[in-house]
Design a protein around this ligand. Structure first.
Ligand code: UGA
Length: 452
């Protein structure tokens, strides 16, 4: 089939490459000419395992095209994906200006019927807005051409996006048109083997499904973080509790890992957007507000432990943290919001670093992938040193803090850590090690919800 994808960001590029790899012809349209030229040369704008060879081979095979020419894109595909960003606007609602701009572009250039597919995460009611915008533009052009708008949310995880897209656990399609449903079934046929993964529903339910999925996962995490705070105060061990409840299939082991808060481009933004959607219809979502505020506080947890260790927590609680940690140098391992990505959007490391700087501490940071991104965000500053290896980040530091559970941090040389730090102390935001073992090795070891 011939498919066009508008918006070659994270979601758009992965989806386009995977569809092309399955044999479809995919035209990728983006307004960023730099990005398009780079893609033609095989330079991929994001770090995502397996994506580069997929883009390269399908571009070479002529199944993947890149252009900035919107009219060419519109006339290419019978299916038109909208995969542009929906950044939060000032009050946290999803800003639809880019989505509606693409709707306008499609309606401006279309000469034949189109199925327009909302792939971006968009609030309930967006498909109606896309339809209205297109109808308005077609009326202004004084033409009658059929179109149908479908909601087809994505459920990709960064770091596993190619695999998630190739082997989806469900394919949600919200549509009110039989013809559009048939085309969507044909499009996804290569990914729908073994058992039927396609769930057809009305458009609004599909739009809400996306938010409900992310908000449910965020709720599980905040719930566990709340339990970890209780465990800490009660003298219990959250890792034991996690195993104890995860074995119940109704709860499951996934997404019940306590930590120093969730981040990324999805959970924080989607929880906030659904709170705003609820408010817009006069509904107060108490659960989602709690999920958000627990996560906000959880991102301060490591700072709390650091202050407690250096016996300045009482002062920190007064709200004035200026200079409290002056003279301290903190080695920080893990900057990305989770392993296997260079994405630092809403990463726990950012709040921690910014708070440490405010308190007068210096940071020596290392991440296997996110060094360039850190440099881009913070530029050069005297209280941040970006180090080339995890070992060099330790040199001359007073303590080690771990914010992201990269595989390469799991079995470090503890003797080397001890020798490099001025004091043997580790603050672990991802519960990577066994407290008893760490104590035996002579470390003061602070972790999440494990009876310190
Ligand atoms: C998330 C969802 O998992 C995907 O299903 C969804 O498609 C995607 O958002 C999206 O809407 O595009 P992603 O943001 O890539 O994917 O990251 P996750 O793997 O879900 O992790 C999110 C955050 O939760 C990370 O900061 C991670 O450290 C944290 N987390 C995750 C925990 O603190 N505990 C856990 O048990 C699991």
């Amino acid at each position: 089939m011939k498919v066009t994808v508008f918006g070659i960001g994270y979601v758009g590029l992965v989806q386009a490459a995977v569809l092309a790899d399955a044999g479809h012809s995919v035209c990728c349209v983006d307004i960023d000419s730099n990005k398009i030229e780079n893609l033609k040369k095989g330079i991929i704008p994001i770090y995502e395992p397996g994506l580069t060879p997929l883009v390269e081979s399908n571009y070479q095979a002529g199944r993947l095209l890149f252009t900035t020419d919107a009219a060419e894109g519109v006339n290419f595909g019978e299916l038109q994906f909208i995969a542009v960003g929906t950044p939060p606007d000032e009050d946290g609602s999803a800003d639809l200006k880019y989505v509606l701009k693409v709707a306008e572009t499609i309606a401006t250039h279309m000469q034949a019927p189109k199925v327009v597919i909302d792939k971006s995460t968009v609030p309930v009611g967006t498909a109606d807005k896309v339809s209205a915008k297109m109808a308005q533009v077609l009326a202004e052009r004084n033409v009658t051409i059929d179109f149908s708008v479908v909601s087809n949310p994505e459920f990709l995880k960064e770091g596993a996006a190619v695999n998630d897209c190739k082997r989806p656990d469900r394919i949600v399609i919200g549509t009110d048109s039989k013809e559009a449903e048939e085309l969507m079934r044909e499009l996804y046929a290569p990914f729908n083997r073994n058992h039927d993964k396609i769930v057809i529903m009305d458009i609004k339910s599909a739009e809400l499904t996306k938010y409900a999925a992310n908000c449910m996962l965020a709720t599980k995490i905040s719930f566990m973080n709340e339990m970890s705070n209780l465990a800490e105060k009660l003298g219990a061990d959250i890792e034991m509790v996690r195993q104890g409840i995860g074995s119940d299939e109704r709860i499951g082991y996934h997404f019940i890992y306590p930590g120093c808060g969730y981040g990324g481009s999805c959970f924080p933004k989607d929880v906030q957007a659904l709170i705003r959607t609820a408010e817009s219809i006069g509904y107060n979502s108490e659960i989602l507000k709690a999920v958000e505020s627990i996560n906000y506080k959880q991102k301060e947890k490591l700072f709390e432990y650091i202050c407690k260790h250096y016996q300045v927590w009482d002062q920190a609680q007064t709200g004035n943290i200026e200079g409290l940690l002056a003279g301290k140098t903190i080695a920080l391992w893990g900057l990305s919001f989770k392993p296997n990505t260079d994405d630092m959007r809403d990463a726990s490391s950012r709040r921690l670093m910014e708070t440490l700087w405010q308190a007068g501490a210096k940071v020596q940071a290392y991440d296997p992938e996110a060094m360039e991104e850190t440099q881009r965000i913070y530029g050069s500053r005297s209280d941040l040193s970006l180090m080339g290896t995890k070992e060099s980040a330790l040199n001359g530091a007073d303590a080690l803090v771990i914010c992201t559970e990269w595989q390469s941090f799991r079995a470090p040389d503890f003797d080397l850590i001890k020798n490099a730090l001025s004091e043997s102390v580790i603050f672990d935001g991802r519960n990577m090690f066994e407290p008893e073992r760490m104590n035996k090795k002579g470390f003061a070891y602070y972790c999440i919800g494990r009876a310190l």
